[in-house]
Design a protein around this ligand. Sequence first.
Ligand code: SKM
Length: 170
Amino acid sequence: MALVVIVGPPGSGKTTIGRALAAALDAPFRDVDADIAAAAGKPIPDIFVDDGEEHFRALEREAVRRAVAEHDGVLALGGGAVLAEATRKLLADATVVHLRVDLGEAVKRTEIDKGRPLLQVNPRATLRRLMDERLPLYREVETFAIDTTGRDVDDLTAEIKARLGIRTSL
Ligand code: SKM
């Protein structure tokens, strides 16, 4: 069994790069945000509006716990999943790829996406705060980090695959 977990701030490319990495490894891809929306029967912005962020975080902790237990392959977490100490503990023994990105590029990559409830108001300032607050948490769980700023998906995928080769038999 081999699991590769992808973490990083909004706009770091977790879903895009995670999907490409899974294809390159010939392994299944799973996205915890998609799991949460499917289980709730509604999109994530609706969960935030109807039930609040705290409820979303509880759903997220459970979805991560389940996915880590079940999944073989590449698993992308939501940008805020590492806020939960229980989740960080769960990742202590996993292979975790931390995707980094500059603030300017994260703003560009996320600005047209209405599916990001935390970034609807003042996205640049919000992203800066989230990235500052969360960087130590991503670092705590990472096996290695890779900066995605200005790099294309194929190039990143090849580098991650090469670095994983040392650590996993996937
Ligand atoms: O999990 C979703 C949700 O919109 C919250 C979030 C965050 O806290 O950065 C990121 C997304 O992946």
